[in-house]
Design a protein around this ligand. Structure first.
Ligand code: XIL
Length: 399
């Protein structure tokens, strides 16, 4: 019986999309009786994948963060396979991991993650090349402009170049703004002023012309659209794009505390209007209230050029903010109320979204997606040197 059910399952799913869910449930019920389903398999099959819902709302992915240890954890990786469409390396792409000593590169863990993603059909966001934190001392101690320039170029070229064609987006520059919207003091800004942005992005574009290049920061959607860091980031990025620096996207990390979610939509709209595309890149929310999650994630759904959301981990105990239980899965690998609320709210939206245009992405790594009928179209500047400007989705969501 089990054998014959397994044999006919693909045919049933392909032949009758309209009755797909019912059919799968019936078959699941039989497999349950046979006792072959683990609790996780039951959950994954009974509750829809948030990534699948996100894609049917015209987005490219709903992702999460991980590294080798969490991908080797069977329960964690089963959840990623079932519910997420993209992985971001939580630590294995950072300067201190990749080039702890000068010109001595260690790609072991990042190679593992990229291979795992390819094997399992997941996209990757590269994170991150130029960042003042998790930066080895030898870089911090550089005191000469020319040396720092070539050190940035070498690091960016080797790291991004190694994975050319395999990474959807790269956080080329991370957390470079201070809370007043100016340049954060770092070895990069002290020696090179804002020119380190041009140096890093130009090297990145050369190293992987297909990757979407992002500038990423925190406290940019938490405090509202008039918060200085938010307006400062938008102003700088518009200026840099106009000057020909190849920035494709703005990433908003979105590490929220409870109650900040109402600020996300207006702030994100401002940021997304300043670049060809944008994304929420590291979402976690203290205590993970269902409302806060829905408001935060829906902000991206409602903005035409917001291409995806990444949640910063799967399960609370593995979070960098573990004490505040900020993620979508609990210590038992079960979904929390916020996951169900997202599935319900965003799932319901899929019924009213009507695709009008089909945008075929220009690189093999980006899945072809169907986008949503515009009611308002957000005008975005096109990156002067972007090789992929033809694939920028000019779409919008129903209000
Ligand atoms: C965090 C990781 O989650 C931790 O494991 C690590 O100890 C510190 O960094 N902004 C970022 C991320 O861009 O890289 C950070 O990740 C969280 C804040």
């Amino acid at each position: 019986m089990l054998y014959s059910v397994l044999l006919i399952l693909p045919a049933l799913v392909a032949a009758a999309p309209g009755v797909k869910l019912e059919t799968i449930r019936d078959i699941d019920w039989e497999l349950e009786l046979l006792g072959t389903r683990t609790p996780l398999e039951r959950r994954a099959r009974s509750e829809k994948s948030i990534d699948a819902i996100f894609k049917s709302l015209g987005k490219q992915y709903f992702g999460t963060a991980a590294d080798r240890n969490l991908l080797n954890n069977a329960q964690n990786s089963e959840i990623i396979k079932a519910d997420f469409g993209q992985i971001t390396p939580e630590n294995s792409g950072k300067w201190q991991t990749i080039e702890a000593t000068q010109n001595n590169f260690n790609f072991n863990d990042l190679d593992f993650l990229v291979n795992w993603a390819q094997t399992n059909g997941k996209l990757v966001r590269g994170h991150t090349t130029v960042w003042h934190s998790q930066l080895p001392n030898w870089v911090d101690q550089i005191n000469n402009k020319a040396t720092l320039t070539s050190v940035i170029q070498n690091h960016v070229t080797k790291e991004i170049g190694r994975y050319a064609g395999k990474i959807l987006q790269w956080d080329v520059v991370n957390e470079m703004f201070d809370e007043s919207g100016g340049l954060r003091s770092s070895v990069f800004s002290r020696l090179l002023g804002e020119d380190f942005v041009r140096i890093a992005f130009e090297a990145a574009r050369k190293a992987d012309p297909a990757a979407k290049l992002y500038i990423n920061d925190y406290n940019t959607v938490e405090k509202g659209a008039s918060y200085k860091k938010t307006t400062g980031m938008a102003t700088y990025v518009k200026k840099w794009i106009a000057a020909g620096i190849p920035i494709d996207g703005i990433g908003a990390q979105a590490h929220l505390v409870a109650g900040e979610a109402g600020n996300v939509a207006p702030s994100l709209r401002l940021l997304c209007a300043a670049a060809p595309e944008c994304a929420l890149t590291e979402v976690d929310i203290v205590q993970a209230s269902a409302n806060d999650y829905v408001n935060t994630i829906k902000a991206c759904v409602d903005i035409a050029n917001c291409v995806g959301v990444t949640v910063w981990g799967v399960r609370d105990p593995d979070s960098w903010r573990a004490a505040s239980n900020p993620l979508l899965f609990n210590s038992g690998y079960s979904t929390k109320p916020a996951y169900g609320a997202l599935v319900q709210t965003l799932g319901a939206m899929t019924a009213t979204y009507k695709p009008t245009t089909t945008t075929v992405q220009s690189t093999a790594i980006v899945p072809t997606s169907t986008y949503v009928a515009p009611t308002t179209v957000i005008q975005v500047p096109s990156s002067a040197t972007s090789v992929a400007s033809t694939s920028v989705p000019i779409i919008a969501c129903k209000s």
